[in-house]
Design a binder for this molecule. Structure first.
Ligand code: PRF
Length: 376
């Protein structure tokens, strides 16, 4: 994997860059749609590519390992062959999902022990094993096994947790360096900075990660219950230390405003379930504000869903029609909302990129923050 830093905004840390993988290029900053179980929920590949213009999608080691399982993925020739997505894929390592989904989970020095949320079966993820699993999945970007402590963790827990994440990282990195991809293309491996809301832990974590000289670096453990201002402060602390010539990925964040603030602080890659999950519940994000499509106020509004939107659903369907679909619990409502929201998120990051490249990022961002947080 290669990263070309194309331009850095003189007024902030915002950057425009280009990641090159064996499955194609990614123009950063970029939003990556989440495809947990090998599908971006409710969205066809054709829509993802042609309409949403997704450049990279996510998969989850935890989910894919449990279902369809490694035998199937290996027989298929990897995830790209299995689901037909031929552009880059990033997989999360599973630690975060073990903690949010599985039962009876327990961390030891060895790894994360858990029971499947599907059938209760017992499993162990070690730092080495999640590399092996991601080798079989065949993601272009693999993630290290980490522990993500809650945002309210006290200092002593956060410190112990970070030390475990760091020991796991050493093991995962070593195993990554000793192994190779199975399908004839290159895979890379991103370490993850943890450290909760404590600046000294975050600095220590960022230095530890930086010395590995990985192709890219991730920031985890944010947007997990800490105040938003703390999240921004931690991004600043970490990005002061992470190398500027490697992409930086902020995991699982967030609202359109969070993404703009992240870009300003030097983040290049984002993922979040918010556009799809909130979309399926009727929440639409637009450049003019947030709409709850179940609201009565849209009942007789026959104007297009989003006149400024970039996807065909924005112009094809009216607000009144989409509201009717939500109220009637029609599957199509979720499909339309998912396409709209993902197209908006990708557009937002690519629009930020344009403004970084032509030197107007700061003024554009200040105006955009007000617009995207408005309630329609
Ligand atoms: N670690 C991993 N995946 C994640 C997170 C993390 O801390 C987060 C936190 N926002 C989302 N996804 N491995």
């Amino acid at each position: 994997m290669d990263f070309e830093l194309q331009y850095t905004d003189p007024c902030s840390r915002a950057r425009a860059g280009k990641i090159t993988t064996d499955h194609g290029c990614i123009n950063t900053p970029i939003f990556m749609p989440v495809g947990t179980v090998a599908s971006v929920k409710a969205v066809h590949l054709h829509e993802l590519k042609e309409d949403i213009k997704a450049q990279i999608i996510l998969g989850n080691t935890y989910h894919l390992y449990l279902r369809p399982g490694l035998d199937t993925l290996e027989k298929a020739g990897g995830l790209h062959k299995f689901n037909g997505w031929d552009r880059p894929i990033l997989t999360d390592s599973g630690g975060f999902q073990v903690f949010s989904l599985s039962e009876n989970r327990k961390l030891t020095e060895e790894g994360a022990h858990f029971r499947s949320h599907i059938d209760g079966s017992k499993h162990l993820f070690t730092p080495e094993k999640v590399v092996d699993i991601q080798r079989i999945i065949g993601s272009d970007i693999m993630m290290a096994l980490d522990e993500c402590p809650p945002g309210q963790s006290d200092y002593s827990y956060a410190k112990k947790s970070l030390q475990l994440t760091q020991r796991w990282l050493e093991r995962g990195w070593k195993h990554f360096c000793e192994t190779e991809g199975k399908y004839g293309y290159k895979q890379t491996f991103f370490p993850i900075v943890q450290g909760c809301v404590y600046p000294d832990l975050r600095k220590d974590a960022a230095k530890h990660v930086a010395q590995l000289e990985a192709d890219g670096n991730a920031i985890g453990g944010l947007a997990v219950g800490e105040p938003t201002e703390k999240m921004y402060e931690m991004i600043d602390v970490v990005n002061e230390i992470l190398p500027t010539d490697k992409p930086r990925y902020l995991m699982g964040v967030g609202t359109p405003a969070n993404i703009l603030e992240g870009i300003e602080r030097g983040i290049d890659m984002f993922d979040c379930v918010m556009p799809t999950r909130n979309g399926r519940n009727g929440m639409l994000f637009t450049a003019n504000g947030i709409m709850n499509m179940r609201n009565k106020k849209w009942a007789d509004d026959f104007s297009p869903i989003d006149p400024d939107g970039t996807s065909y659903v924005d112009h094809q369907y009216s607000k009144a029609y989409l509201r009717h679909l939500f109220i009637s619990n029609e599957i199509l409502a979720m499909q339309i909302a998912s396409v709209h929201n993902l197209a908006f998120y990708v557009w937002l990051t690519q629009e930020a990129r344009k403004h970084i490249l032509n030197g107007t990022f700061k003024t554009w961002k200040d105006e955009m923050i007000i617009r995207v947080t408005h309630r329609l």
